[in-house]
Design a protein around this ligand. Structure first.
Ligand code: SAH
Length: 469
């Protein structure tokens, strides 16, 4: 008979965790996660995450959640605070999750983003220099667009944010990251809807009309677009509401009703009806004109987008003879702003409305050497490869999930001299970089982070790959 002797210590290490629920302890914060959560390493393999806790701070924490490999805690008391701390009166933005880094001084935010990219490249065993993050001169009130939920609470129409995991709408009027004219417009539109007792969509009963108020404002043009996103197909007192909004918002250029039943759409639907004014607004970017509709993808930080695209174009070392691909092209912003420096631009984008906008934008800017194609980027790259296209420069600006292996292979087979990767997610950037390098490219210079989203954990960067000869 075999007797199995189970080591009691083994069982203990597997089942007994280093913290208990509701346990309080005095600790020093070790590190910070990219989403702004402080990290305390209770043991070398068991971290506990704490909102609003900065490395170096001495705190008393209380454990609020115990999982197998990590836990969560809240701060009970700050015994020593960090000199990197700021904006203590803006805790509500951390609770809302809309500006999770707001308590960190801006230089520390920029360094956190640089370090995050560095760490992810190292994890891929890529020895790459990462430049200091280029930041904004004034990293507040920068967004040209916002969309906020509304709800009737305590007899008032409230606009703000849903507390995580609840149906309670916490009122907010100062979002800290939006153009302040946008914050003011939200309140005015909301109060007009309240005056006419318009129903708001209620997540509990799944009944009611208005779900969101969306506002866009041109940075240079100052043109304002208001979109009422509704669960119902009609809005009561439409004429009176339109008249009041026009009086209250003199900058208004476009007032849109977006019929977006909750069961079919996450936010906006493609069903727009112009209640007043134009269907679109305009703005300029690096001196070029862009048409922006309710559903258009348009970068939200106009000032930093100009810096980002300008640097990307410079790093691409464009030549008048270059054939350039603009992949994941949106409404054509990158291609249109570089077209006059190169021979030909070929864009590819999967959203039909965005491609239509890109074509309008080409015409609005008298660009004649660009072509925007509606297709899935990896499939189009394969077609270009089969057609023996030989681009000199390939710009890629993919969504968070990054590139696919198919797209990378097709790119490498077309053998462009330079690949300019604009990334909004360093996790997929580092993964894709490893593959691109493995297939015969080197990183040219350093990765350059450009802070498009101050106060938030989003990390945007430019990386140039050069073909090995
Ligand atoms: N370069 C543009 C848009 C970047 S956002 C700008 O800076 O304004 C990423 C874009 O990729 C979005 O417009 C999205 O619609 C598009 N996209 C997402 N998946 C795609 C795919 N499989 N093929 C082509 N485009 C895609």
């Amino acid at each position: 008979m075999t007797v199995y002797i189970v080591n009691a210590y083994d069982i203990m290490t597997r089942t007994i965790l280093p913290v208990k629920l509701h346990e309080q302890m005095t600790v020093t914060v070790d590190d910070i996660r990219i989403d702004g959560m402080g990290i305390v390493n209770i043991t070398p393999t068991y971290p506990v995450y704490i909102a609003d806790a900065i490395p170096g701070e001495k705190i008393i924490l209380e454990v609020t959640q115990v999982d197998k490999f990590s836990g969560y805690a809240k701060v009970i008391e700050y015994l020593e605070t960090s000199d990197k701390r700021q904006n203590s009166q803006r805790q509500y933005l951390i609770d809302a999750g809309t500006a999770p880094l707001v308590n960190l001084k801006y230089e520390a935010q920029l360094e956190l983003k640089r370090a995050q990219i560095n760490r992810l490249f190292q994890a891929q065993k890529l020895n790459v220099a990462v430049d200091t993050t280029i930041g904004m001169e004034n990293p507040t009130y920068y967004r040209n667009k916002t969309i906020v939920p509304v709800k009737w609470q305590d007899g008032h129409l409230t606009s703000g944010f849903y507390r995580r995991g609840s149906h309670e709408l916490v009122p907010m009027t100062d979002y800290f990251v939006n153009d302040q004219a946008i914050d003011q417009a939200i309140v005015k539109v909301r109060d007009i809807l309240e005056k006419y007792q318009i129903t708001a969509f209620d997540p509990d009963s799944q009944q009611g009309a208005i779900r969101y108020i969306m506002i866009r404002r041109g940075y240079y043009s100052k043109e304002l677009m208001v979109v009422l996103v509704s669960n119902d197909e009609i809005i009561a007192h439409e004429d009176a509401i339109v008249a009041d909004i026009c009086v209250q918002l003199p900058e208004l250029k476009s007032l849109i009703f977006n019929f977006s039943p909750k069961k079919d759409y996450v936010l906006l639907s493609p069903n727009n009806r112009t209640l007043w004014g134009e269907k679109t607004i305009h703005d300029t970017l690096l001196g070029y004109n862009f048409i922006i509709g309710p559903n258009s993808f348009y970068q939200v930080n106009p000032k930093m987008t100009e810096i980002l695209y300008d640097l990307a174009a410079k790093k691409a070392k464009l030549k008048a003879t270059d054939i350039v691909i603009d992949a994941y092209s949106g409404i054509g912003t990158i291609g249109i702003t570089v077209a006059n420096r190169v021979k030909k631009v070929l864009g590819v984008e999967v959203v039909p409305g965005a491609v239509a906008d890109a074509q309008l934008n080409m015409r609005a800017n008298h660009v004649e050497n660009a072509e925007y194609i509606l297709a899935d980027a990896p499939e189009q790259f394969k077609k270009w490869q089969d057609a023996q296209l030989k681009p000199d420069v390939v710009f890629v600006d993919p969504p968070r999930r990054g590139l696919t292996s198919e797209l990378i292979s097709a790119t490498v087979n077309m053998a462009p001299d330079r690949i300019v990767y604009i990334s909004c997610n360093p996790v997929t950037l580092a993964r894709d970089a490893a593959e691109i390098i493995q297939q015969g490219y080197d990183i040219d210079g350093a990765v350059l982070p450009v802070d498009q989203f101050p106060q938030t954990s989003h990390v945007e960067s430019i990386t140039v790959f050069k073909r090995k000869h």
